[in-house]
Design a protein around this ligand. Sequence first.
Ligand code: ZN
Length: 137
Amino acid sequence: MNVYFRELSFSTRKRRELVDITNQVEKTVCESGVRNGMCLVYAPHATIAIIVNEHEVGLMSDIMAKIERDFSSSIGWLHDRIDDNADAHIASAFIGSSRIFPIINGKLIRGIWQNIFVLELDGPRSNRRIIVEIMGE
Ligand code: ZN
């Protein structure tokens, strides 16, 4: 079994934002040379999540509205006493900081309406990174 990884670095511009990383992840799968295996996309941050869905502006706004509704700020979270970003931590904890994809015949398998997004929950940040780790043969 081979293991290959790459770190993607980027900045975010808003407090909450979706960043489409599908191309970079698929490029990493190509570079790895792995034909069959798995691809882990992992965010080593407590205030980011990884999601998979359609890159359509209306839906992307709907997702942000749902997050706003479900993970509201300023409702007296205890962690806000430290650095005022409890909503971002809680959203990341519930949505999750990783996703796994199958690789079959050298291609990452995803639905046509399934793009891979980083969900920034506490931006803007200049030093965000995502680990893409590919295991297989
Ligand atoms: Zn915090």
